[in-house]
Design a protein around this ligand. Structure first.
Ligand code: IZC
Ligand code: ZN
Length: 411
């Protein structure tokens, strides 16, 4: 079996465990100095401080005294889409709100037109370039949503592209069905008809093909109400798709409360999450997946992350990569914003982009921390410690990214 020994790690920093960490535990990070990690057959089989063990016939990777952490987990992306939306920059600069652009048939709906017009091969090639960039920034696992088809054929296309990329790209992909991302142009005067199509036809078809692990809804003014979201997420649940929800991004219309009530795995955005939403999430065991680069890009407020940590809600951070509100693939920028804008400590941020992010996509058994039995997914950083990675802004500090024991980048 192929064996990789990563040695001469100056500092190894990792959360520990196989479930999300909330409250004080979110900031608890195990630190080893002068450390090593052994990876065999893609899995971590040993790690420690000092003299490495079990090194016979191992390929050696010398980390040169650098920091090592688990590979980053990006728990919220809209990876697969046609076109871009650079035209919206000028609209934004003139002060046009995000939801007004959508209401005028632009925004998500313009990406839907471009996605429907693209072939499966074009969608795959384009998303592959994004994944290459993500890997270079240190992401080794990522969630990917559909939601730019809004019809059965194109939604299934998007999910098949995600499946193909999961099989052919080093990054592991976790698929989410987001047919409830907007009301399609064909159904704009028939909300109930669209919800029936989602629940009665598209969700069963996706479940039958095993194309998604999660079902997500954009619960927002002018998009789907909390009650409509409940109907769609319950239909997903009945077909084995676990619930996620875009909640309280622009208006607090009850998304976070619903998330807690139905036991959603995660609620996302939460920029304007009220205290009762935080309490409901704490009670329902729902993780908060916060997207600070989106707040930055929209010029919006920042989610009440500290209040969530205090309430024991595990906080994850993700990019929200999408062509509208956050065309950003860089988890390192997200980490810096997590410190600067949410006032999370670098240790809390590390849990947020590794173990808690893994838990938010139900992968905490296999990724999110450096421990025997988990995948050999690591980042060797161009920097000595965690503070440095969060403190630098906008550079790519990932030196070598290791996915299942295979190194990418500088060696
Ligand atoms: O394409 O605008 N917020 N969905 C919900 C998005 C942003 C993606 C988009
Ligand atoms: Zn999103």
């Amino acid at each position: 079996m192929d064996r990789l020994l990563v040695k001469n790690i100056g500092v190894l920093a990792t959360p520990e465990g196989r479930s999300a960490k909330g409250g004080k535990a979110q900031g608890e990070i195990r630190t080893l100095r002068n450390a090593w990690v052994r990876i065999e057959g893609g899995l971590i089989t040993g790690l420690g401080s000092g003299e490495p063990e079990g090194t016979e016939n191992a390929r050696i990777l010398d980390a040169g005294g650098r920091l090592a952490t688990p590979g980053l987990v990006d728990a919220h992306t809209h990876l697969v889409f046609g076109g871009w939306r650079q035209n919206e920059l000028a609209l934004k600069l003139r002060g046009t709100p995000y939801l007004d652009i959508l209401a005028q048939g632009g925004g998500i709906l313009s990406t839907v037109r471009a996605t429907r017009a693209a072939s499966e091969k074009e969608l795959e090639d384009k998303a592959r370039l994004a994944l290459d960039e993500m890997l270079a920034f240190g992401t080794t696992t990522c969630e990917a949503k559909s939601g730019y088809g809004l019809d059965k054929e194109t939604e299934l296309h998007q999910l098949r592209v995600i499946r193909a990329l999961d099989g052919s790209h080093p990054i592991d992909l976790v698929p989410t069905f987001l047919g409830a991302h907007a009301l399609s142009e064909e159904y704009k005067n028939d909300r109930q008809g669209y919800i029936r199509l989602l629940c009665g036809d598209i969700i069963p078809a996706i479940a039958a093909e095993g194309l998604a692990s999660f079902c997500d809804v954009f619960c927002e003014t002018g998009v789907f109400t909390a009650e409509e979201s409940r109907t769609i997420l319950e239909a997903g649940k009945a077909h084995g798709l676990l619930p996620k929800i875009h909640a309280d991004e622009i208006d607090p219309i009850g998304g976070s409360r619903l998330a807690g009530e139905i036991g959603a795995v995660s609620a996302e955005h939460l920029i304007v999450c009220p205290p009762e939403g935080i309490a409901a999430m704490a009670a329902g065991g729902t993780a908060a997946c916060l997207l600070p680069a989106t707040s930055f890009y929209l010029g919006a407020a920042y989610a009440p992350a500290r209040e969530m940590v205090s309430a024991g809600v595990p906080v994850a951070l993700a990019t929200d990569f999408n062509p509208g509100s956050c065309p950003c693939l860089n988890m390192q920028l997200v980490m810096s914003l997590g410190c600067l804008k949410y006032r999370l400590t670098p240790e809390e941020v590390l849990s947020a982009v590794t173990l808690n992010a893994a838990a938010a996509i139900k992968r905490a058994e296999s990724v999110g921390s450096l421990e025997p039995g988990k995948l050999g997914d690591l980042v060797i950083w161009d920097g000595p410690d965690l503070n440095y990675i969060c403190y630098r802004l906008g550079s790519n500090l990932a030196h070598t990214v290791i996915k299942k024991g295979v190194p990418y980048g500088k060696e």
